[in-house]
Design a protein around this ligand. Structure first.
Ligand code: HEC
Length: 195
């Protein structure tokens, strides 16, 4: 009779080993999710809000927890999108860190001219992640955690993400800075209450 627990324990140790290995592969193992959310961003870039919303709802059902999507804001080395196509070419190489940096100090005109396309993509990706947050609106209010606030802050991410993309495309450092600062407010407001 005591064999079953021993077998069970051995199997558990094996499973934990596999989980650790999976964790170690780290950056890049969410490539499929990145690509799927990039399709939402591409729909937004084309001005197809209805299509983007539909796709975001489908993505929101595929992920188990919201952090899987939120992870994409982290530095590229930690499994996030990063900024631009080339790893490490733009500093910082993570959306969240970049928003904090340029929300404080506007990017130099020359930098924005050079990296305008990367910044624009950052804006559409942020808006796409906003649509996914929106699709994950909690089913009920819980004390101070209200659906109304959740939806307002998610909506800010979408709208201001699009404004950020437009400012990046127009190569306007001051407008990029304003949009980044507003985005940071939306992130922080929601995290303070919900995270
Ligand atoms: C509508 C609410 C909301 C908004 C807006 C929001 N977040 Fe989050 N975020 C969350 C919640 C909730 C979690 C925790 C998710 C979990 O643990 O499943 C989270 C977690 C995170 C994490 C950690 C992920 C991890 O692996 O633990 C990062 C990074 C993050 N958010 C970045 C951002 C950035 C950057 C913005 C703004 C551009 C933003 N978030 C806007 C709700 C929000």
């Amino acid at each position: 009779m005591y064999r079953a627990p021993v077998w069970f324990a051995a199997a558990s140790v094996g499973a934990i080993g596999i989980m650790l290995l999976a964790g170690q592969s780290g950056a890049g193992d969410n490539k499929e999710l990145q690509d799927t959310i990039d399709k939402v961003a591409a729909a937004l870039q084309k001005g197809d809000m209805a299509g983007a919303k539909k796709q975001a709802e489908a993505v929101s059902k595929k992920i188990e927890e919201l952090y899987e999507a939120m992870d994409l804001f982290k530095p590229r080395k930690k499994g996030g999108y990063g900024v631009g196509d080339k790893p490490g070419a733009i500093n910082p190489d993570g959306i969240e860190q970049m928003l904090i940096k340029i929300g404080r100090d506007a990017p130099a005109k020359g930098t924005l001219n050079k990296d305008s396309a990367a910044y624009e993509k950052l804006g559409y990706r942020t808006a796409a992640l906003g649509l996914i947050a929106l699709a994950r609106t909690p089913p009920t209010d819980m004390g101070k955690k209200t659906r109304k606030d959740w939806m307002a802050w998610s909506d800010d991410m979408v709208k201001i993400g699009l404004q950020f993309a437009a400012a990046a495309k127009a190569k306007g450092p001051a407008d990029v800075k304003t949009a980044a600062a507003k985005l940071n407010n939306a992130c922080n407001s929601c995290h303070t209450v919900f995270r």
